[in-house]
Design a protein around this ligand. Structure first.
Ligand SMILES: Cc1cc2nc3c(=O)[nH]c(=O)nc-3n(C[C@H](O)[C@H](O)[C@H](O)COP(=O)(O)OP(=O)(O)OC[C@H]3O[C@@H](n4cnc5c(N)ncnc54)[C@H](O)[C@@H]3O)c2cc1C
Length: 384
């Protein structure tokens, strides 16, 4: 989990990080995390805010669920939601196979497969606009035994990113995280026809061409079969400016926007959207009208995450299809490449880039003149 998400989870569930660590999750700061672009390490930085909480998804979900369900005003209804109860353009409940849950306010958190748009259409209401970016990705994830205790690790987290065609054995992104039960979680990812590491031998071969810590981690005994995952597109739904949308209804998380998982933004984006919902609800809004105040806040978060994750993906797709981008986009990409290059030697630039990829700062911060000057100075001093 990226720092932005962890910040909000810790704020709502104080002591969450410590409890997760007590149960085996690993917190990695700048001293034990490495980032590499095309095989070259990013400059070492120091920032107390740049911490990653690392654990498997079932582990994290279970820890959050136990805290939330312990709240006195939380009641769990186990059922598959099947539709909305809409009365006079207000959502007043959710239908399921065995009945109805009446509600003053409904939040769709049904993830990427949410059918909210269809339900709205069925009720004769306006559907949010759907934006899709086709970017087929192939993931392989393996878990290995990790003999070293978390406290003694030199490296607990690593990410290696490669430009098209430069990655080992057809991979574009690889990451490694020390997680609970003394395990390494290692993933390799490729775009389009790149299908890295389905078998253990292929997986280890890919790791052997990455920074040394990958091969070291992958040499341990596997604790589970390699899992593969394919995703065809990033998508998001735009709820702003709808003319015939009901009151007392919002969506959050993957149901609204689901990105390429390689950027690790999903949970943090969901947590930031939840913080927007908290700000909206505590502002004492008029619930009898559509929650436009919330949708406007949410769009800032979703736009930021979308621009980070789809920016790089679009560039790869266009390069593969031989498409020339417009001049403005070409210049933006040139600036980003210069920032990444400068981040290899200049800790100030590296920290600013990590602020953005960890969702602590808006990507618009990349246009900060002080940062650009620094990057220009760092790259002009770097021999090519
Ligand atoms: C391979 C992979 C790796 C990832 N890695 C990371 C990472 O490192 N860091 C990160 O931050 N994010 C990561 N993500 C993204 C992250 O998993 C999602 O962004 C996050 O889970 C979204 O949370 P959510 O609650 O919105 O949706 P979900 O986690 O999808 O939860 C939706 C829930 O709603 C339930 N549901 C659906 N329909 C109904 C219904 N009709 N009735 C009742 N319940 C229903 C589903 O069963 C599910 O439990 C990754 C995703 C993938 C696929």
């Amino acid at each position: 989990m990226l720092p932005a998400g962890l910040h909000w989870i810790e704020r709502w569930l104080p002591g969450f990080t410590q409890r997760a660590q007590d149960l085996g999750a690993v917190l990695s700061g700048t001293a034990t995390s490495i980032t590499a672009f095309d095989g070259r390490l990013q400059a070492a930085t120091h920032d107390d805010r740049h911490v990653l909480l690392m654990a498997s998804r079932p582990f994290l979900e279970a820890r959050i669920r136990e805290r939330v369900t312990a709240l006195p005003n939380v009641r769990v209804v186990r059922a598959r939601a099947a539709g909305l109860v809409v009365r006079e353009d207000e959502v007043r409940g959710v239908r399921h196979a065995d009945g109805v849950v009446e509600a003053d306010f409904v939040v769709d958190a049904m993830g990427r497969s949410s059918r909210l748009a269809e339900w709205l259409g069925d009720a004769g209401l306006e559907k949010p606009r759907l934006e899709r970016l086709r970017n087929p990705i192939n993931y392989a994830t393996a878990l290995f035994e990790r003999p070293t205790p978390a406290a003694d690790l030199d490296v607990a987290a690593a990410i290696a990113v490669y430009a098209q065609g430069l990655g080992a054995t057809g991979l574009s992104v690889a990451s490694l995280n020390a997680i609970e039960d003394d395990q390494w979680l290692v993933l390799v990812m490729g775009y389009g026809q790149e299908r890295p590491g389905r078998t253990l031998a292929e997986f280890r071969a890919a790791c052997s061409e990455l920074p040394g810590v990958f091969a070291q981690a992958a040499s341990g005994a596997p604790t589970r079969d390699i899992a593969t995952y394919h995703q065809g597109e990033s998508r998001r739904r735009d709820f702003t400016g709808l003319r015939h949308f009901p009151a007392r209804l919002v969506g959050v998380g993957d149901s609204v926007a689901s990105f390429n998982p390689a950027y690790g933004q999903g949970m943090s984006s969901a947590a930031l959207q939840a913080s927007c919902l908290s700000a909206y609800l505590t502002s004492g809004p008029d619930l009898s009208v559509p929650a436009e105040g919330f949708f406007d806040l949410q769009q800032v978060v979703v736009d930021a995450a979308w621009s980070v994750s789809t920016g790089g993906d679009t560039e790869r797709l266009e390069a593969a299809a031989g498409i020339e981008p417009p001049e403005e986009v070409r210049r933006q990409r040139q600036v980003l490449r210069q920032l990444l290059e400068a981040g290899l030697v200049d800790p100030f630039v590296a920290r600013a880039l990590n602020d953005i990829s960890y969702m602590l700062r808006h990507p618009a911060a990349m246009a900060d003149p002080a940062l650009l000057e620094r990057a220009a100075a760092a790259t002009s001093a770097t021999p090519h």
